[in-house]
Unconditional design. Structure first.
Length: 556
């Protein structure tokens, strides 16, 4: 790499709120050589900033293959995307092959990030300057490389572990490591990152990797490694490692469950957030990239792009924490949105739910309506209402991640972040690991902390055990972590995707009767098919041809 390095990362790094605006103000951007980049910590930090693009973000970039944050919800039973962003229909139809994975594939762009991480780690120790600054950057890149490998192995299984940068003389036919070898490598790398990173970053560096972020990602990878997909013999030692990793984050005593308005959890900085990917509206080209624009109902001039499924809606229990299928829950199918888990109202826009501020939707009031969603047939948010090309096919939209203090029809989105790790997830990781270690009481204790924070009126009974407790743990993850990128991988690591993903994706059709009552008819939105090989993605055919890697089972 003796040729010039074109620092396009400057353009990308300004998307991070923590970017140093003065980092590259010395000479023209196209004149930095390899030598100058690795002689200046400011330039090394700019190089680092570009590597953060491996993390998911709230931006909806229409098929950006490194950022499937939203698309993961429509590739599982959580949501429906009528515009087929990110090629999710291939995933859902059962027709996935190495030839047609297309833009859902992350293999090449993620290995490209790994190559740049390897370049950085091979150079950084010789960059002159402050040792603590150099260590922080080294820790961040070690975390980002570990995250890159985490993304790859949860999609493809074991991949080649490459820790040195390729050059023109390198051999590219590197064999695949096993999943366990990769998981152990990631875990060890995260320990290295945690050892040199600060526990938390300053406000100026919000969104950069920390010790806590590294330990939180370690908790997740070890939980996955202990799960049925990768632990078919139910090795207790793996569950113990997962439990210890989650408890290490809890024992930092640096985070607390957010106790304010639950809906603010995903729209405001708060003490629960461990690691986030920041986006900044100053550098977004228009409101079309904004969360509110592509999640809001069509009658508010949103796109309803990723719409909650009835499958997800039914996962939310009642206000006292019972499943709606429980005959003692008080669930009323004639009034299905009353007396539900408070998280349902916080996360989902349903028929009759007020959305946003009246001042932002005066056109609705002008025609005799209100800011209450109208998904019933003929309502403003229905197929017969306004902006019909954007109506929600399921008759729901997501409230989660939406800042309702923002008038998205006028303003570009407010500053946002995608949640990478938060304490709520760690509690659920710990509860699951404790359950499989036989410690039901501790598992229930941490489930109750999550449910109590959410506003559930009754705790789970201490007598809960076996399959009933396992199902409750899984249900809590489905509800608490919805639209955060977990469900797609949870059903795979639990080896239940052949059940959950072989069911039709459902929605509701609501009829408003002459007497003011409403009738609810549940209908199929999409037929879905899941085959045994779909627990992993296929390695792209072009990569197989180039490297002779062994393809995943079922795709040959």
């Amino acid at each position: 790499m003796k040729n010039k390095i074109f620092i396009c990362c400057y353009i990308l790094c300004i998307l991070m709120a923590s970017c140093n605006k003065d980092a590259l103000d010395k000479t023209p951007l196209d004149s930095y050589t390899d030598q100058s980049v690795w002689s200046d910590l400011k330039l090394a930090e700019a190089f680092t900033n570009n590597l953060y693009t491996v993390l998911p973000s709230t931006e909806h970039n229409w098929d950006n293959t490194t950022n499937r944050s939203w698309a993961l919800s429509s590739a599982c039973d959580e949501a429906y995307n009528k515009f087929d962003d990110y090629n999710a229909s291939i995933m859902n139809s059962g027709s996935l092959t190495p030839d047609n994975i297309g833009i859902f594939d992350i293999w090449s762009p993620t290995f490209s990030i790994i190559q740049n991480c390897n370049i950085f780690l091979s150079k950084i120790d010789n960059v002159p300057g402050d040792q603590s600054w150099r260590d922080r950057l080294k820790g961040e890149v070690t975390y980002l490389r570990a995250y890159s490998y985490f993304k790859l192995i949860i999609d493809y299984g074991g991949v080649p572990i490459i820790t040195k940068p390729f050059d023109l003389n390198s051999k590219f036919d590197v064999p695949r490591n096993t999943y366990d070898e990769c998981a152990n490598f990631i875990s060890n790398e995260l320990d290295k990152a945690a050892a040199i990173l600060p526990l938390q970053q300053s406000s100026a560096n919000y969104g950069r990797a920390t010790k806590a972020a590294a330990l939180a990602l370690k908790s997740r990878i070890l939980l996955y490694d202990a799960s049925p997909q990768w632990n078919p013999t139910n090795d207790r030692a793996k569950w113990q490692k997962a439990s210890d990793a989650a408890k290490a984050v809890i024992d930092l005593n640096a985070f607390q469950l957010h106790t304010g308005n639950y809906a603010d959890l995903t729209t405001s900085k708060n003490a629960e957030l461990i690691m986030v990917r920041v986006t900044n509206k100053q550098y977004m080209w228009n409101a079309f990239q904004g969360v509110e624009m592509f999640l809001s109902p069509s009658g508010f001039h949103g796109w309803a792009s990723f719409a909650p499924s009835q499958n997800l809606v039914d996962a939310f229990g009642t206000a006292d924490g019972k499943d709606i299928s429980d005959p003692t829950s008080g669930y009323d199918p004639q009034h299905p949105y009353i007396n539900r888990d408070p998280r349902f109202t916080a996360d989902i826009v349903f028929d009759g739910r007020p959305y946003g501020q009246p001042a932002f939707c005066q056109d609705r009031y002008a025609v005799g309506s209100t800011n209450a969603a109208e998904f019933y047939e003929g309502g403003l948010d229905s197929p017969q209402g306004w902006d019909t090309w954007n109506n929600s096919v399921t008759r729901y939209t997501f409230r989660k991640y939406c800042d309702t203090t923002c008038n998205f029809n006028v303003d570009t989105q407010t500053n946002k972040f995608w949640i990478i790790s938060r304490l709520g997830e760690i509690y659920l990781n710990y509860a699951e690991a404790q359950f499989y270690l036989g410690n039901n009481t501790t598992a229930i204790q941490y489930l109750n902390l999550i449910r109590q924070r959410a506003g559930i009126s009754k705790p789970l009974p201490n007598t809960l055990s076996g399959t009933a407790l396992e199902n409750k743990i899984r249900n809590e993850r489905q509800v608490e972590l919805c639209l955060e990128g977990h469900r797609y991988y949870d059903v795979r690591r639990w080896k239940i995707a052949d059940v959950t993903e072989n069911k039709p994706l459902m929605g509701v059709v609501i009829t408003k009767n002459a007497n003011g009552t409403k009738t609810y008819k549940y209908s199929q939105v999409q037929t879905r098919t899941f085959k045994p090989q779909h627990y992993l993605l296929p390695i792209p055919k072009a990569e197989i041809n180039r490297t002779k890697l062994v393809q995943n089972p079922g795709y040959n």
